[in-house]
Design a protein around this ligand. Structure first.
Ligand code: ADP
Ligand code: MG
Length: 292
């Protein structure tokens, strides 16, 4: 099963229509995420990184081009089929965690299993297992506001993992964390990658990006650099090759230019990720109220 690439985007475009104005957020992007891959996406604010992540994860559909997730062309899928493909294939981690505020860590993690029709007892057992894996079994009964930012992000990672996804999409997952905490979250993502989960990571941090197997540089809705970094461990160094640093400096400016906690794109996408099945969907809303 793993000789099929996890995700293949071919000449994908995405144009937002906003009050009669067209915003071309992606202008023709081609990208393959191999099974077990580790990609970093960098680029200035507004370059289309989050839009691309939403597409790669099937939260949104392209305006043009072809997008194949887990071997399936999303253009052929109905919304319920998309939701199912997402639930089975993709885990999302966001900068601002997106945990349900009045729900315990365990129940936040268990939520994606609701859509699989798995019974409550089994859901809780699996959630507890995954919380243990991210080092948070002692926090299972705590609510997000009783946890540190780093712990909340670990809960979010556990929630992304509980369905056993083949791809983890992390959009600036350390953006709201201090350096040390961010490092430990990254280390966790890298461990998961070593265990075989493909990781696609958006980051403003060049050092972080340099740790990935490939670095994708975006600008103005296009990929302007695609650098397969150091060969994995034993492999021969890839010649003198494409100079990594020569490209446009990714986000030279003050890191988080877009400000903390701004999941801007497609709120309805988020809703469809975590539809209202939980006891306390509550005030976690990221702005949009359209249930999907
Ligand atoms: P990045 O994540 O790199 O900061 P985004 O993908 O969020 O970039 O945004 C790319 C472009 O698309 C920006 O010009 C942004 O303003 C625009 N954009 C993003 N989401 C929406 C939306 N839901 N509606 C309209 N325009 C959007
Ligand atoms: Mg973004």
């Amino acid at each position: 099963m793993s000789d099929v690439p996890a995700i293949v985007a071919t000449d994908v475009t995405r144009t937002y229509e906003l009050d009669g104005v067209s915003v071309p957020a992606l202008r023709g992007v081609s990208l393959t995420v191999e099974a077990g891959d580790y990609l970093a996406i960098v680029g200035t604010s507004g370059s289309g990184k989050s839009t691309l992540m939403h597409l790669l994860g099937g939260l949104d559909r392209p305006t043009g081009g072809t997008l194949v997730i887990g071997g399936r062309d999303v253009a052929t899928l109905t919304p319920p089929e998309m939701a199912r493909l997402r639930n089975e294939t993709i885990g999302f981690v966001f900068q601002s965690f997106h945990l349900l505020a009045r729900t315990t860590a365990r129940d936040n993690v268990a939520l994606p299993l609701v859509y699989r029709g798995i019974g409550r007892r089994e859901r809780r057992a699996r959630a507890t297992e995954v919380l243990d894996r991210v080092g948070l079994s002692h926090r299972a009964g705590h609510r997000p506001n009783q946890m540190s930012g780093g712990e909340q992000q670990r809960v979010a990672i556990a929630r992304a993992l509980v369905t056993g996804p083949s791809v983890l999409l992390a959009d600036e997952p350390t953006g709201n964390l201090d350096t040390t905490t961010g490092q430990s979250v990254l280390a966790l993502l890298e461990t998961l990658n070593e265990e075989g989960v493909a990781v696609v990571l958006v980051t403003h941090d060049r050092e972080v990006a340099a740790r990935a197997r490939r670095q994708i540089i975006m600008r103005d809705g296009l990929i302007v650099g695609d650098d397969a970094g150091p060969a994995p461990a034993s492999g021969p160094a890839p010649a003198s090759g494409p100079a990594p640093a020569s490209g446009p400096a990714p986000a030279s400016g003050p890191g988080l230019a877009s400000g903390p906690g701004a999941p801007s794109a497609s709120p309805s996408g988020l809703d469809s990720l975590f539809p209202s099945a939980s006891p306390s969907r509550a005030r976690d809303g990221s702005g949009g109220g359209d249930a999907g």
